[in-house]
Design a protein around this ligand. Structure first.
Ligand code: P6P
Length: 340
C-alpha cells in the first residue's frame, strides 16, 4: 500500500475537524478513543479460539442473555478507554442495566455521551461468524460542569452527532457516519491503524437482498408474510429477482446491506411486540448511518430516528436499507386490512 495514499482514522478525523472552524476536536478525539478500544477488542476476538475466552462467563446481562466472556471484555474495554479519555461524560451499554456517569473533574466538562452494544452478535462468537461493536455519540443536554443525566441517553436518533460500528470479520473495519458522510476504515494490522478504504459510502437505492429470520415467519403478521411472499415469487421479467441472506449478526447483515443494498428487517412478532433489537444502541446508530448513506429506516409506523426513547433498553421493530425494498415492505405492512 503506497504510504502517500494511506490516510489513517486520526488523519481523517483531524481533516474533517478543519471543515468546522468552531470545532474543538473533541468529537474526533472520541472517535479515535472508540477506535482504540475496538482495536483492543479485535485482538481478543482474533484469538478467541485459542484461549479460554469462549464459553459462558456465567453472568447474565439486563437482557437475561448469558454473557460470553468476550462480551464482558468488550464492555469493560470500552468503558475504561472512554472513562480515561476526558472526551466523554458517561456511557450506556447493552451489558449494563443503567447508564454509567464518569463524574470526575474532567469528564463533567465533556460534551458527549456514548451508547454502545459492545459485542453485537455474540452468539456467533464460537462459530467464527462476523460480530461487531455498535456505537452512538450524542452531545449532552445536561449542563457542562455537572454529571451527565439519564436525559443525555434518552435523546432521539435525529439528535445523534455521530454513529457507527466496527465489524470483526474477514477484515476488521470501522464504518461511521456524521451528518455529512459515511466513511469506512479497514484495520491495517502491520501498523495497527484504521485506514480509509471506503470513502463516502452510499447505500444503493435499489437492492435485491432481503435479510430476515425467516424461521419466525409463523409469528409474523399478514403484512410481513405478504412481503416475504413478494420477495419469494418469481416473475417473467426477472425470474426470481430477490435473494435471502441472514447471518444473525446485525452488524454483519447491516454491513452487507449498506454495501450491496437490500433490506434488513426485524419486525414485531407474536412473541416480541416491539421486535428484538434495541433502539438506542442498535437501531438508531444503524438508522443514522444508513440514512446518511442515502437509505431509509422505519419502525413500520415512523422513522426510526424520530422515535422518542422512553427507556434505555427499549426495543423497536426495524425495516432498514435501500429505498425500493423498504418502501415495498412498508406497503405490505401498512396495507389497509381488506374486509374479508
Ligand atoms: P435472531 C444478535 O443476538 C442480535 O442482537 C443481532 O445482532 C441480530 O440481528 C439478532 O439478534 C438476531 O436475532 O432472533 O434472528 O437470532
Amino acid at each position: 500500500m503506497n504510504p502517500k495514499k494511506l490516510m489513517t482514522l486520526d488523519e481523517f478525523t483531524i481533516q474533517e475537524t478543519r471543515k468546522f472552524p468552531q470545532a474543538t476536536g473533541e468529537l474526533s478525539a472520541l472517535l479515535r478513543d472508540i477506535g482504540l478500544a475496538c482495536k483492543l477488542i479485535n485482538k481478543q476476538v482474533l484469538k478467541a479460539g485459542l484461549v479460554d475466552i469462549l464459553g459462558k462467563h456465567g453472568a447474565t446481562n439486563v437482557q437475561g442473555e448469558e454473557q460470553m466472556k468476550l462480551d464482558v471484555y468488550a464492555d469493560e474495554t470500552l468503558i475504561n478507554i472512554l472513562r480515561n479519555s476526558n472526551d466523554c461524560a458517561g456511557v450506556a451499554s447493552e451489558e449494563n442495566d443503567d447508564f454509567i456517569c464518569f463524574g470526575d473533574e474532567y469528564s463533567v466538562n465533556s460534551k458527549y455521551v456514548v451508547l454502545f452494544d459492545p459485542l453485537d452478535g455474540s452468539s456467533n462468537i464460537d462459530v467464527n461468524a462476523p460480530i461487531g461493536t455498535i456505537f452512538s455519540i450524542y452531545r449532552r443536554v445536561s449542563p457542562l460542569g455537572s454529571p451527565c443525566t439519564k436525559e443525555d441517553f434518552l435523546q432521539p436518533g435525529n439528535k445523534l452527532m455521530a454513529a457507527g460500528y466496527v465489524i470483526y470479520g474477514s477484515s476488521t473495519m470501522m464504518v461511521y457516519a456524521t451528518k455529512l458522510s459515511v466513511n469506512g476504515f479497514t484495520l491495517e494490522p502491520s501498523i495497527g491503524e484504521f485506514c480509509l478504504s471506503h470513502p463516502n459510502m452510499k447505500c444503493p437505492e435499489k437492492g435485491k437482498i432481503y435479510s430476515i429470520n425467516q424461521g419466525n415467519t409463523c409469528k409474523y403478521n399478514d403484512g410481513i408474510k405478504g412481503f416475504l411472499d413478494y420477495c419469494m415469487e418469481s416473475n417473467k421479467e426477472e425470474g426470481r429477482p430477490y435473494s435471502h441472506r441472514y447471518i444473525g449478526s446485525m452488524v454483519a447483515d447491516m454491513h452487507r446491506t449498506l454495501i450491496k443494498g437490500g433490506i434488513f428487517l426485524y419486525p414485531a412478532d407474536k412473541s416480541n411486540a416491539n421486535g428484538k433489537l434495541r433502539l438506542q444502541y442498535e437501531c438508531n446508530p444503524m438508522a443514522f448511518l444508513v440514512e446518511a448513506a442515502g437509505g431509509v429506516a422505519s419502525t413500520g409506523t415512523e422513522n426510526v430516528l424520530d422515535v422518542m426513547p422512553a427507556e434505555l433498553h427499549q426495543r423497536v421493530p426495524i425495516f432498514i436499507g435501500s429505498k425500493n425494498l423498504v418502501n415495498k415492505a412498508l406497503e405490505y405492512v401498512n396495507a389497509k386490512e381488506t374486509v374479508a
